[in-house]
Each structure stands twice: as structure tokens, then as C-alpha cells.
Design a binder for this molecule. Structure first.
Ligand code: FAD
Length: 153
């Protein structure tokens, strides 16, 4: 007989946990207090304008893709995604516009617009990329989530 599991909250975390548990053979029920699922991943529409209430950038699509694959589905069939250029546009009150690009050298140049030294920005981006690789390999790929395991890694 299937074991029952109750998941509280249908944000991205609750939904991903519920899907993973169902894939492992549990009978899952999700309780959500809001009228809509998605948690912070939602949109507010007011007088013709749309506001993201939470995430605007899909940072780790391969993690979501795996969730679909384990259910025998393709994410691209359900949610077609394509990278936008620029990824993101920041508007400052003084009229400056700074765009976000995936290429770190382009980002370093872009940061000149807000008075940053491109070499410092490049160093920071290289440092961040190393952190990302470390977290991806240890936390996401191996599931190391205690400080002891992660330090050893
Ligand atoms: C302004 C903003 C911008 C962000 N931008 C990005 C981004 O660009 N990229 C990115 O990857 N991440 C971004 N994030 C982070 C991302 O939104 C969160 O990490 C993610 O949505 C959190 O999901 P969650 O399921 O953990 O929590 P939540 O989305 O908060 O979901 C929790 C759910 O539980 C429900 N709930 C709580 N208590 C109960 C209860 N007692 N009974 C029933 N239901 C309950 C809530 O109603 C909610 O639906 C952003 C966050 C914010 C706030």
C-alpha cells in the first residue's frame, strides 16, 4: 500500500518535493492556503501592467528539466523556454540603463556605466562562477546539505 505524504505549501519547493515523492511511489496531497499555486512564483496584473511577485530569472533550468524527465516528460513540451538577450535590464533613477548578459567580459564593460572598475567586476564574476561550480557539483548534484559534508567536499 502506498504511504501517504502531506506537503504544506505549493510554492516551487513544495511542488518539486511533491512531484519527487510521487515519483518515488508516495501518495501525495498538497495543501495550499492561497487560491493559486506557485507561491512567490506569481504575477500581479494591475491596470494593464504585470509585476513579477518573485522570480524573474530561471537560474537552474537543468534542475527543473530533471524533475520532468523522472516523470517521463519533457520540460520543453510543457514549458518552452528560450534565453533572452539581454537577460535583464536595470533602469536607474538618473536615467542609466545597465543590461545583464551571460558573457562576463560584456558584463564587466557594462558595469562601467555605474562607475565600476571592469577588472574588479571580472574578478568578482570569476569568483562567483567558481562558487557556482562548487555548489552545483556538491549541493545540487550530490545533495550535500550539511556544513560538515560540504566542508569535506
Ligand atoms: C522579489 C523576489 C525575486 C526573486 N527572484 C528570483 C529569480 O529571479 N530567480 C530565482 O531563481 N529565484 C528568485 N527568487 C527566489 C524564489 O522566488 C524562491 O526561492 C522560491 O519561489 C521559493 O519557493 P518556496 O516554495 O520555497 O516558497 P514560496 O514560493 O514562498 O511558497 C510557499 C508556499 O507555501 C504556502 N503556505 C505557507 N504556509 C502555509 C500553510 N500553513 N498552509 C498552506 N500553505 C502554506 C504559501 O502560500 C506559498 O504558496 C526571488 C524571490 C523574491 C521574493
Amino acid at each position: 500500500m502506498k504511504k501517504n505524504v502531506l506537503v504544506i505549501g505549493a510554492g516551487l519547493g513544495g511542488l518539486a518535493a511533491a512531484i519527487s515523492l510521487a515519483q518515488e511511489g508516495y501518495a501525495v496531497t498538497i495543501h495550499e492556503k492561497n487560491v493559486k499555486i506557485g507561491g512567490k512564483l506569481n504575477v500581479l496584473k494591475e491596470r494593464g501592467y504585470s509585476f513579477d511577485l518573485g522570480p524573474s530569472i530561471l537560474t537552474l533550468p537543468h534542475i527543473f528539466a530533471r524533475l520532468f524527465e523522472r516523470s517521463g516528460k519533457k520540460m520543453s513540451d510543457c514549458i518552452p523556454i528560450r534565453a533572452l538577450r539581454p537577460h535583464w535590464r536595470n533602469f536607474f533613477e538618473d536615467g542609466k540603463v545597465v543590461d545583464l548578459y551571460p558573457e562576463s567580459d560584456r558584463m564587466a564593460t557594462e558595469s562601467r556605466k555605474v562607475g565600476e572598475d571592469p577588472e574588479n567586476v571580472q574578478r568578482f564574476l570569476t569568483y562567483s562562477a567558481n562558487l557556482y561550480d562548487l555548489v552545483n557539483a556538491g549541493y545540487f548534484e550530490q545533495g550535500l546539505d550539511t556544513s560538515k559534508d560540504f566542508s569535506r567536499f
